[in-house]
Design a protein around this ligand. Structure first.
Ligand code: FES
Length: 101
């Protein structure tokens, strides 16, 4: 695994959800309070982008058919999706975000 730079903490200032592509992988960065998490951005149901969805507590809701995923583990909280999203470790250094992919 290598840590890749994916932006700055201030990029999340106006929106808690941000989609990025790292090594061809679609990743959703999520900020809640002072914590930052990352899971897959492509819904495992039919592939909609979760970055267009809604953050609801510890879950993100897909904008297409309402599947909900845990933002820490990527687990499915509510279907129709059956498979979890991958989750990634985010680290912050001097205001920059890095992810292990
Ligand atoms: S594509 Fe996300 S719930 Fe269907």
């Amino acid at each position: 695994m290598t840590a890749k730079k994916i932006g700055a903490v201030k990029d999340l200032e106006y929106s808690p959800l941000k989609g990025v592509v790292v090594d061809g992988k679609e990743i959703l960065i999520i900020q809640t309070g002072s914590k930052i998490f990352a899971i897959g951005n492509k819904c495992t149901h039919r592939g909609c982008k979760l970055s267009g969805g809604k953050l609801e507590g510890e879950t993100v809701r897909c904008p297409c058919h309402g599947s909900m995923f845990n933002i820490v583990t990527g687990a499915v909280v509510k279907g129709p999706a059956k498979n979890p999203e991958p989750s990634y470790t985010v680290t912050v250094e001097n205001g920059e975000l890095f992810i292990d992919v």
